[in-house]
Design a protein around this ligand. Structure first.
Ligand code: AMP
Ligand code: ZN
Length: 472
């Protein structure tokens, strides 16, 4: 597979440390609120990537954290803990909030056909691992204590800005959220590994540590959880583009300092979902969720298709008009599949050419919209219906749009919408029309055709004879 790598900023062949195996890590949600459909764009694209790697035959081990502590309102380690904010908002404990929104996140994922990663680990379950990592960083001279907190010393690194495209403006990320710079830091880019002192001292969850009672920084979570379950050599690390700096930059700094060697060679970032006012974010107040789309009558899988229609490395603007266009496209696709004859055996030799095209399309930097085009090409292909259905089911292992199930359901509604009586009448009319045509009685044949049309009956000549269905 050819995949763009933010580290090095170019597309190249995706390689792994061990042949045939992928150690993949995904930054999980901060569970202080529902996920918005922007967050879910990132999880959908990561899901397609994982499924495509499996489709290509890789054995994938995918790990994801759940951020239930330490993610402050600003990514620059300042501001109130997001979890605490959520708890105050809903007058619940942090753990109640975490439990509720973790479940809500996986319910949304299920509706969007996003597979649950092989390992899901909440940060609050890994405190000993974080402490061990911070201790090692202190021992190795990469960290220092100041004002009760432990910081990573970025001046100890040869190169801190590994992704190479940060500017002074990016560094102002803390200031943007109207919180002042932390005066304890030796360097502007240093970040907190362990907090014991914060101006928000009502933090609910705290643990004993060699540096006093406190809680971990956000970045250390992902490094420690990934090393715990993925080992010292990671193949692929994913997240939304806002994670690249400072979160992933800090993860790389502390993981490589801790391990003493290169950690993860490939970084995959999904560009943002935008709304009419810019980047979709939870702090904006009103935000779009899967439940909101459902309440407006949208099938969550239509939103999945909406995401697949564009490339993950381009920002995507959400509007209801464009989602409505996807509804039309999805329904048309499903009804074309429903019209296929599901009898007979697929011709797997003939299918191979189409599988190769699909692999080439999606394998070129996860071009999912071209992957969808491959589906339409199959529908037009000079192969049997059984082969078409075989190919559609095969591609859907990656696209996960429930195409076969939706087509079956549609066919069943159509058949069950016709009573036995009506069905017998239609069969009789078709037989009468066939007879009329055999007798070259075109007037009668045309009259019957018009009558069938008026009833919404669509006729199709197949090698097995005339098939009919109702299209209302
Ligand atoms: P959070 O729950 O805030 O930790 O974010 C979960 C994931 O969603 C992270 O990978 C973010 O980078 C990603 N994300 C946040 N906002 C957006 C957005 N508007 N569009 C796409 N991904 C996003
Ligand atoms: Zn992370």
């Amino acid at each position: 597979m050819i995949l763009y790598n933010t580290l090095g900023q170019k597309k190249h062949e995706f390689r792994t440390h061990t042949e045939g195996k992928v150690n993949m890590y995904t930054c999980g949600p901060t569970v202080y609120h529902y996920a918005h459909i922007g967050n879910l764009r990132t999880y959908i694209m990561e899901d397609v990537l994982e499924k495509f790697l499996r489709y290509e035959g890789y054995d994938v081990n995918r790990v994801m954290n759940i951020t239930d502590v330490g993610h402050l309102a600003s990514d620059a380690d300042t501001g109130e803990d997001k979890m605490l904010k959520g708890a105050k908002r809903e007058k619940k404990t942090v753990l109640e909030i975490a439990d509720f929104y973790t479940k809500a996140f996986f319910e949304d994922c299920k509706k969007l056909n996003i597979k649950t990663p092989d390992v899901v680990e909440p940060a609050t379950c890994c405190i000993p691992e974080f402490i061990e990592m911070v201790e090692t960083l202190l021992e190795k001279g990469y960290a220092y204590e100041a004002g009760g907190n432990v910081y990573f010393d970025t001046s100890k690194l040869d190169k801190y800005y590994v992704f190479g495209n940060q500017t002074e403006e990016d560094l102002a990320v803390g200031v943007r959220d109207s919180v002042e710079e932390d005066a304890q830091k030796r360097n502007k880019t240093d970040f907190v590994l362990w907090f014991t002192k914060s101006k928000f001292d009502d933090q609910e969850l705290k643990w004993d540590s060699p540096w006093g009672n406190g809680y971990p920084g956000w970045h250390i979570e992902c490094s420690a959880i990934s090393i715990k379950h993925g080992g010292e050599y990671l193949d692929l690390h994913c997240g939304g583009v806002d994670n690249a700096f400072p979160h992933h930059t800090n993860e790389i700094a502390q993981s490589e300092a801790y391990l003493g060697h290169e950690w993860c060679p490939h970084w995959f970032h999904v560009l943002h979902l935008l709304d009419s006012t810019g980047k979709m974010s939870k702090s904006k107040g009103e935000f779009l969720t899967v439940s909101l789309l459902e309440s407006k009558g949208y099938d969550p899988l239509v939103y999945r298709m909406f995401c697949l229609q564009s490339h993950y490395r381009k920002p995507l603007t959400f509007t209801y008009e464009s989602l409505d266009n996807t509804v039309v496209a999805y329904n048309k696709l499903v009804s074309r599949i429903a019209a296929l004859d599901n009898g007979g055996e697929p011709d797997t030799t003939a299918a191979q050419e189409y599988i190769d095209k699909f692999k080439e399309a999606v394998g070129n930097d996860l071009n999912t919209s071209l992957g969808l085009t491959c589906l339409y090409d199959v529908l037009k292909a000079p192969v049997s219906d059984a082969t078409k259905l075989f190919l559609i089911a095969d591609f859907d292992k990656v696209l996960s749009l429930n195409l076969i199930e939706a087509a079956k359901a549609l066919a069943e509604t159509k058949t069950s919408a016709v009573s036995d009586d009506e069905s017998a009448q239609i069969e009789a009319l078709i037989a009468e029309r066939t007879q009329a045509r055999a007798n070259k009685d075109w007037a009668t044949a045309d009259r019957i055709r018009d009558e069938l049309n008026a009833r919404g009956v669509v006729l199709e000549d197949t090698p097995q004879g005339i098939k009919w269905r109702i299209e209302k």
